[in-house]
Design a protein around this ligand. Structure first.
Ligand SMILES: Nc1ncnc2c1ncn2[C@@H]1O[C@H](COP(=O)(O)OP(=O)(O)OP(=O)(O)O)[C@@H](O)[C@H]1O
Length: 346
């Protein structure tokens, strides 16, 4: 089935979410998400990449309806079309969000320890998360959890353990288990493999992919590791300074990027046989309390011209399913010839 013929499960339009702070009478606004429009199809795996402090976590917190002050949605909508009905989580009440949490929409936060209560056994945490949304209790609930643990290749004994008694990889599996035990339609994961060693990383990624395929859920995940995107995502979106600057099918993003920032991220991937360090992009991402005029990437962009300093480029369709926000997208060339990055499917 082509991407176009699949149904949208999420539509984000003109989303702006700012951290609004007031210290000693001085107000400060950090424009962490500043006008993002995109959509996700049913069954799609969408990866979000970008440097540190570009707004990735803030964006997916809004998608996950996990917004806490000082972060506020100041404009736009985040509309899900769940089986149970439509909901705009940017404007829904706490009770409406509670009704879709875990059952329709689940969120694997950064760092598994932050989700797992250190003084509560894993079995109790499963109960806290899932008993009510599943509407099960006693033996029926136990059977459901045990079946799910088996699928995650976790022994039943973990239910009796405290989080600190498990290895990092097991804790991350438990977190994924918690987030998926209710078979949610939409899974959001923030850096699900950071801090895990390479072997465990692979296991955790294939686990997310297997569960997604089995349940036909949609997944949005964040990582700054481009090789993870290459291995897992159907489409990749690149965020720079609070804005989506390019998105497209994973292969196209790696082989024919149409934004100079994507070209740099792809070029920074290590390649088999590398003997030299990859060139790093000069400069730093801008301060989101005072972002540059025009295209926010212009101070670091090798292709920047005067227009880029003055006018923000709109997202334009540049190839099938691929959009880029760059005045000079036609001049963007991959920075690394035909070399195939490790992990990118040929
Ligand atoms: N609680 C907060 N209060 C104020 N500003 C914040 C808060 N959390 C994040 N920010 C700011 O919002 C901007 C975007 O941060 P965010 O964490 O969303 O970026 P990120 O791309 O996820 O970064 P990382 O990869 O380091 O997690 C940054 O300028 C950050 O300093």
């Amino acid at each position: 089935m082509s991407r176009d013929s699949k149904e949208d499960v999420l539509k984000v339009e003109g989303l702006k979410a700012y951290y609004q702070m007031n210290y000693f009478g001085v107000s400060r606004e950090v424009r962490a998400v500043d006008g993002i429009t995109m959509n996700i199809k049913k069954g799609e795996v969408y990866g979000i990449a970008g440097e540190s402090s570009s707004g990735k976590t803030s964006f997916i917190k809004v998608l996950a309806a996990a917004i806490r002050p000082p972060l506020r949605v100041v404009d736009g909508t985040v509309k899900y079309n769940f089986k149970s009905g439509p909901i705009d989580v940017a404007h829904a009440s706490p009770a409406q969000i509670e009704a879709v949490r875990w059952k329709n929409l689940s969120y694997i936060m950064q760092g598994s320890m932050s989700v797992l209560n250190p003084v509560r056994k894993i079995g109790k945490t499963f109960h806290d998360f899932a008993a009510r949304p599943l509407g099960l209790s006693g033996k029926a609930f136990e059977a459901r959890v045990l079946g799910h643990l088996e699928r995650l290749k976790l022994p039943a004994e973990v239910l009796n353990a405290y989080p600190h008694e498990l290895s990092g990889g097991m804790r991350q599996r438990v977190t994924i288990g918690l987030a998926t035990v209710c078979h949610p339609e939409f899974i959001i994961a923030d850096e699900p493999t950071t801090a895990l060693d390479v072997v465990v990383q692979k296991e955790v990624l294939s686990l997310i992919r297997d569960i997604q395929a089995e349940m036909n859920s949609s997944v949005v995940f964040v990582t700054h590791d481009m090789s993870v995107h290459a291995n897992v995502a159907d489409r990749v979106g690149i965020i720079y300074a609070g804005r989506l600057v390019e998105e497209g099918p994973t292969r196209q993003m790696f082989f024919t990027p149409k934004h100079p920032y994507t070209a740099h991220l792809v070029a920074s991937l290590p390649r088999i046989g590398d003997t030299q360090q990859r060139p790093a992009l000069e400069g730093r991402p801008p301060n989101l309390a005072d972002p540059p005029s025009g295209c926010r990437f212009h101070p670091r962009c090798p292709l920047a011209v005067d227009k880029c300093k003055q006018e923000a480029p709109p997202m334009e369709v540049v190839a099938p399913d691929q959009r880029s926000a760059c005045w000079r997208w036609q001049d963007v060339k991959p920075l690394v010839g035909a070399a195939k990055p490790a992990g990118v499917m040929a």
